[in-house]
Design a protein around this ligand. Structure first.
Ligand SMILES: [Zn+2]
Length: 137
């Protein structure tokens, strides 16, 4: 019965303006209408996301991230994930670009897991070093 209630109508994307090209140096790819505000093609958008993830992961594994910064990073990762999901839903992509999008999702998940693991590890070590604080919390 659930299947009968679903209406699977394909999303039709309006065509992007023909003269909108990626702003990345040397790239002549068209920018899909969903990425007009970013001015990037899907390939370069995912590339920029991957670079941001690499910087964040490097910052996280140093182990000096404050809880406030960790929350900020977690929110940023959620924002990138939502943006990527919106793009993946709205843009028709060739298989190699789909793989790129999926790899970027995987990278976002790994950064999030790394953040959780590092922050949980630090909280556990803090409890081990200061067991008297455990009862006061
Ligand atoms: Zn590009």
């Amino acid at each position: 019965m659930l299947e009968a209630s679903l209406q699977l109508t394909p999303t039709v994307n309006p065509p992007a303006p023909p003269d909108t090209f990626c702003s990345a140096p040397g790239c002549k790819a068209n920018v899909p209408i969903e990425l007009i505000s970013e001015g990037l093609c899907v390939m370069h958008l995912t590339f920029h996301m991957e670079q941001a993830c690499a910087r964040l992961r490097s910052e996280i594994v140093k182990g000096t991230t404050s809880p406030e910064r960790a929350a900020e990073i977690a929110g940023y990762i959620v924002g990138l994930s939502v943006e990527l999901a919106r793009i993946a839903r709205g843009v028709r992509l060739p298989d190699d670009r789909k793989k790129r999008v999926l790899n970027t999702f995987l990278t976002l998940m790994i950064v999030r897991e790394t953040l959780d693991r590092v922050m949980l590890g630090r909280a556990s070590r803090r409890r081990l070093l200061s067991p008297e604080l455990e009862g006061s919390l």
